[in-house]
Design a protein around this ligand. Structure first.
Ligand code: DGY
Length: 321
C-alpha cells in the first residue's frame, strides 16, 4: 500500500507527478493557505507532510495525527517546526540545507548593493517623474569596494556571502556562536572572528544569516543598532524575528543607520506598516532562495528525504537528535 502524503503548498507539477508514482498524494496546487484547523484536518490519516517555512508544525498539530511519520520542510530554516515534540512523537523532521547556499548568498548581495547605492529609492523617484537635471549630489550612497563587511552567523550561507566579497577587495569580520575553522575562515575571504560588539561597531555593512531561535530573538535591537555606523546598510535574509522591527524602524527613520534590505519579517506576510513609509529600506517577500534552479533543487531534496523516510531509511537531512 502506498504511503499517504500531504504536500501542503504548490510546487512544480512534475515534482507532484514524480511523488504520485510512489505515494498517494494530496496536493494543494491552487496554493490555498490553510488555517491551522484546516491543516490539522488535511493531515489526518497522512503518513507524511511536505511543508514550507510558512506552515507551523506545533506540538498540537503533531500530536493530532498519531499516524504521522515524517515532516519534510522545503526550507533550510526550521523554526516553524517543534522538533522536540516531533522527536518525542517518533516523527522524523527533515530540511533542505546546502542546495540553496549560493542562491541565497547572491540575494544577500543583491539587497546589500541595491541599498548601499540606493537603487530602488532612486528608481521610484525617477518613475515618479522627478528627474529634471543630472545633479552632482543625487542619491549619494556608500561604497562597497574596500569596505568592511560584517556577517552575523557564519554557517554555510554566511561563508558563501563572505567569499563573494573577494571581488570587491573587502575585509570581512564575523561573529558566530562558535568560531569557524581556519579552513572555513580562509574560504570566507579570510574572515576575522570578533565579538558581537566589535562586529556592530566595525562593519561598514552588516548581513544577518542566523537561524531564528529563542536565543536569537531580537538579537538586533535598539542597543545593537546604536553601535552601528550611520553609513551602514543592514541586510536580513535569515528570519524576521532576529531583528526588533520597531527598533529598526526608529533607527532608519532617524538615519542612525543609512538603510536596510529586508527579505524576511517577524510576522510575515504581515509587515509593520511603518516600513512602508520609509524610503531607505528595500522590502522583498522572502525570495532569498528563489531561483528556478534552486527551488527545484529544494523540492528534489525534500522528495529524497520523504522517500527515505517512507522506506524506513534514515533521510539524508534528518534533524531529530
Ligand atoms: C529557507 O530555506 O529557510 C528559506 O528561508 C526559504 O524558506
Amino acid at each position: 500500500m502506498k504511503a499517504k502524503v500531504l504536500v501542503a503548498r504548490a510546487t512544480f507539477p512534475d515534482v507532484i507527478e514524480r511523488l504520485q508514482q510512489k505515494f498517494e498524494v494530496e496536493s494543494n496546487q491552487e496554493d490555498k493557505i490553510f488555517s491551522p484547523a484546516e491543516l490539522l484536518q488535511k493531515m489526518q490519516g497522512k503518513d507524511a507532510v511536505v511543508i514550507t517555512a510558512s506552515e507551523k508544525m506545533t506540538a498540537e498539530v503533531i500530536a493530532a495525527n498519531p499516524q504521522l511519520k515524517a515532516i519534510c520542510n522545503v526550507a533550510v530554516g526550521y523554526n516553524n517546526i517543534d522538533v522536540a515534540a516531533a522527536t518525542a512523537a517518533g516523527v522524523m523532521v527533515t530540511n533542505t540545507p546546502d542546495v540553496l547556499n549560493e542562491t541565497t548568498a547572491d540575494y544577500a548581495w543583491t539587497l546589500l548593493m541595491s541599498n548601499a547605492r540606493r537603487v530602488c529609492e532612486s528608481e521610484h523617484w525617477l518613475r515618479a517623474g522627478h528627474w529634471k537635471h543630472w545633479r552632482f549630489d543625487s542619491f549619494l550612497g556608500a561604497d562597497i569596494h574596500g569596505a568592511t563587511l560584517g556577517i552575523l552567523g557564519m554557517g554555510r550561507i554566511g561563508q558563501a556571502i563572505a567569499r563573494r566579497s573577494m571581488g570587491f577587495d573587502m575585509n570581512v569580520i564575523y561573529h558566530n556562536r562558535s568560531r569557524a575553522t581556519p579552513e572555513q575562515e580562509a574560504y570566507a575571504n579570510n574572515a576575522r572572528y570578533v565579538s558581537k560588539e566589535e562586529l556592530l561597531r566595525g562593519a561598514d555593512h552588516l548581513i544577518l544569516v542566523l537561524p531564528y531561535s529563542p536565543q536569537t530573538h531580537h538579537i538586533i535591537g535598539a542597543a545593537e543598532l546604536a553601535l552601528m555606523k550611520p553609513t551602514a546598510t543592514l541586510v536580513n535574509i535569515a528570519r524576521g524575528g532576529i531583528v526588533d522591527d520597531v527598533a529598526l524602524i526608529a533607527a532608519l527613520r532617524e538615519k542612525r543607520i543609512a538603510s536596510a534590505g529586508l527579505d524576511v519579517f517577524e510576522n510575515e506576510p504581515a509587515l509593520h506598516p511603518d516600513f512602508l513609509t520609509l524610503s531607505n529600506v528595500v522590502l522583498t517577500p522572502h525570495i532569498g532562495s528563489g531561483s528556478e534552479k534552486t527551488r527545484r533543487a529544494m523540492a528534489d531534496c525534500a522528495s529524497a528525504n520523504l522517500a527515505a523516510a517512507m522506506s524506513g531509511q534514515q533521510p539524508p537531512n534528518l534533524l531529530n537528535p
